[in-house]
Ligand binder design. Sequence first.
Ligand code: SF4
Ligand code: SF4
Ligand code: SF4
Length: 152
Amino acid sequence: MLTVIEIYQLLPKTNCKICGDSTCMAFAVSLLGRRKKLVECTPILEENFKKQKEKLDSLLLPSAGASETGMIVHPELCTGCGNCVVACPVDVANDPHGAGMGCAPTNDRVIFKVVEGKVIASNVQECRRFGKNKVLCYACIDPCPTGAIEFA
Ligand code: SF4
Ligand code: SF4
Ligand code: SF4
């Protein structure tokens, strides 16, 4: 399953801000959440990033037509407290010594992780709001002290 880190590693990693996000990591989060398109990073259209762009195009294609959760994470509001990490039920039960204990996740199947003081969301396909069987889960929204997570 595609992760933010996989996307980030293929971006130019210059944090030039041309895409409108403050870092390449933030742009990777936007891409995974389908809030932005790869072409908004104009540096990756340059010839020397051709292979990376092709790889990103192929990685992002499967999620392009998928039902969306509407999840929006506002990195500028996130304090990195980790409340959402342990509150989200997705795979916390299978992570008894990590998120299940209120600690950093020890597997890649959880939805939220705090990286360098900011939460990142991946595996959004596992969110209970995703797809045709979606349910209105509020478990990550309610414990967030800053309103950094919303669903459109
Ligand atoms: S435009 Fe591309 S290289 Fe520049 S910050 Fe955004 S993602 Fe990174
Ligand atoms: S809505 Fe529920 S399942 Fe989805 S990310 Fe938030 S806590 Fe996890
Ligand atoms: S609960 Fe809110 S402030 Fe805390 S890590 Fe999650 S998104 Fe960031």
